[in-house]
Design a protein around this ligand. Structure first.
Ligand code: PEP
Ligand code: MG
Length: 576
């Protein structure tokens, strides 16, 4: 990649760490290498070096505590990240060992700190697991803080006021300080989506792109920059038309956020403090943006078959991986639920054998077990995307234990082949299932013992329970998710999940139905997943719900004998 020159627009791609658009001048920081003499000190300097170390430790801890106090006010859930730094910094074993290095090996304080932290770091650097590797970065940050203290060197965070910061890496503590000083956004060379800076930048809503190799050498201070934190894009010295386009987008985004008000960041909990995880159903990357803007707490359903529908062919493992990775990265640390291809029935029948009654035919898991070549590509892509630990896999249209066991065995085989190829993935990636056939709801106790989560697909559960085609307008009045038969199957499912302590959510349309919120909460679900445009309306209703009252509604609804009775119960109880 060439260094950008003032005349030409250059684009660089990185990992989208925190959404939003920032436009401004670049401030480039390059790390100075710490160069210390490796020579040993004279024994009489030992007390002085120990005192210097103690002083740096004390100042470092006080500074960190100050930043933690700021974090507690501005981004309270971030404070624990910074507390980890403080714990490392004040760890007795580490500081004892540093003091011993000074006393027994005649190292200067700087050398002793470097040697100790580098020794500690070795174990983590070699780890295959990105989360453990991230611990190595934490150690480096704490080490640099101590070394800066020893050199009486402190960074002036105001240099990046109203500018975009470009740096090889940035510590969460510095990020907090830059944010205080009004930095518009930042780009780093290193860092993964799981890193604490990514999490922190998201909490502080600062647009950020990370992992852009050599960027601190490709961009010059004062270059005009656009960073697009949604796409992970950096545009250096944009053409006037690009600039105008992004200025417009930025304005639209700000307008959007203003309109949504505080609700997007408000907690998803009932009036009396009962948490309901509010998730989004998505079919595309645009939906991810919408889900993020509305403050979704994760993705409860990715209808992955839309990848096939859009392309009109089954995508390769690599094509899928790119898509899943992008969603997992954009949503991190929130969980994303990838549903295996649910083809057949009314969704993508191209190349599938003709069936007279496709809704009762080869769809979902039935198709996947029949076409293991296709299933294998998908499982491997999902497993590979699981490396960040926020991915779970969900199986559609299950109707028997045998199907589920066969699928799980096949997933194990795919894991073995990835291990052999030395490809990293989340060994404990949760595997869940849709509850959308009456058979699985009736046997929910048995299924709950072998899966990690349930998600109730009320669209299909209603269609199969009431024998009413969901696409047929002539039976639209029969197709009623409020029918007590459907509710009782849901209740069996929820009770089985609670007994086994596994999450249970609803991702069918009923989750977003304006009359259903209290009823569903009262039935005991802990996740509701809806299309992004419904997220905020639903959150508003969740926040108005009284948990105790919702349980009364649910128990009355379960005793009702028709869908219209259930509706009456709901409106009567609401009026009380
Ligand atoms: C459902 O059946 O409720 C569901 C969420 O799956 P789909 O609508 O994709 O069949
Ligand atoms: Mg379904």
């Amino acid at each position: 990649m060439a260094v950008a020159n003032k005349q030409t627009e250059h684009r660089y791609k990185g990992i989208p760490a925190s959404q939003g658009i920032a436009i401004g001048k670049a401030v480039v920081l390059r790390t100075e290498a710490f160069v210390f003499s490796a020579e040993h000190i004279e024994p009489e300097r030992i007390p002085e070096e120990i005192a210097r170390f103690q002083e740096a430790l004390k100042t470092g801890a006080a500074e960190l505590q100050q930043i933690i106090d700021i974090a507690e006010k501005e981004a309270s859930h971030v404070a624990p990240i910074l507390e980890t730094y403080l714990l490392i910094l004040t760890d007795e074993t580490v500081s004892d060992s540093i003091r011993r290095r000074i006393q027994q090996r005649f190292y200067s304080a700087e050398n002793a700190v470097m040697q100790e932290f580098d020794a500690q770091k070795q174990f983590f650097t070699l780890a295959k697991d990105p989360v453990l590797r991230e611990r190595a970065v934490e150690l480096d940050h704490v080490k640099d803080r101590l070394l800066n203290g020893l050199r009486n060197h402190s960074v002036s965070h105001s240099i990046a006021e109203n500018a975009i910061l470009i740096a090889p890496s940035i510590t969460p503590t510095d990020l907090m300080m830059y944010n205080q000083e009004g930095t518009l956004g930042f780009v780093t060379e290193v860092g993964g989506i799981a890193s604490h800076v990514s999490i922190l930048s998201r909490s502080l809503s600062i647009p950020a792109v990370i992992g852009v190799r050599d960027i601190a050498h490709l961009i010059l201070s004062d270059d005009m920059l656009i960073i697009d934190g949604n796409a992970g894009l950096i545009i250096c010295n944009p053409k006037p038309e690009t600039l105008a386009k992004y200025q417009k987008r930025k304005k639209e985004e700000e307008e959007n956020i203003r309109k949504l008000g505080k609700l997007a960041t408000a907690k998803s909990e009932t009036h009396d403090g009962h948490t309901i995880h509010l998730l989004a159903n998505i079919d595309s990357l645009e939906d991810v943006d919408a889900a993020q803007v509305a403050g979704a707490g994760g993705i409860g359903l990715i209808r992955s078959e839309y990848l096939i529908i859009k392309r009109q062919h089954f995508p390769s493992e690599e094509e899928q991986l790119e898509w899943y990775n992008e969603i997992a990265e954009r949503m991190y640390p929130h969980q994303v639920t990838i549903r295996a291809f649910d083809v057949g029935s009314d969704k993508y029948a191209e190349g599938l054998p003709h069936e007279d009654n496709p809704a009762l035919g080869v769809r979902g898991i039935r198709f996947l077990l029949h076409r293991k070549d296709i299933f294998k590509m998908q499982i491997k892509a999902v497993l590979r995307a699981s490396k960040h630990r926020n991915v779970r896999l969900m199986l559609p249209m299950v109707s028997s234990i045998d199907e589920l066991l066969e699928a799980k065995e096949f997933i194990e085989k795919c894991k073995t082949s990835l291990r052999k190829a030395d490809i990293h993935f989340d060994e404990r990636m949760p595997i869940g299932m849709m509850i959308e056939t009456p058979a699985t709801a009736l046997m929910a106790n048995d299924f709950a013992a072998i899966v990690d989560f349930f998600s109730i697909g009320t669209n299909d559960l209603t269609q199969y329970t009431l024998a009413a085609d969901r696409t047929n307008e002539y039976v639209a009045d029969i197709f009623d998710p409020f029918h007590p038969a459907v509710l009782r199957l849901m209740k069996m499912t929820i009770d089985a999940a609670i007994a086994r302590n596994i999450p249970v959510g609803i991702c069918g349309e009923m989750a977003g139905h304006s009359a259903a919120t209290e009823l569903l909460i009262g039935l005991g679900v802990n996740e509701l997943s809806v299309t992004p445009p419904l997220l905020l309306e639903l959150k508003k209703r969740i926040r108005k719900t009284d948990y105790g009252k919702s349980q009364t509604i649910a128990s009355l609804a379960l005793c009702a004998n028709s869908g219209s009775d259930v509706r009456k119960v709901i409106s009567k109880e609401k009026r009380k």
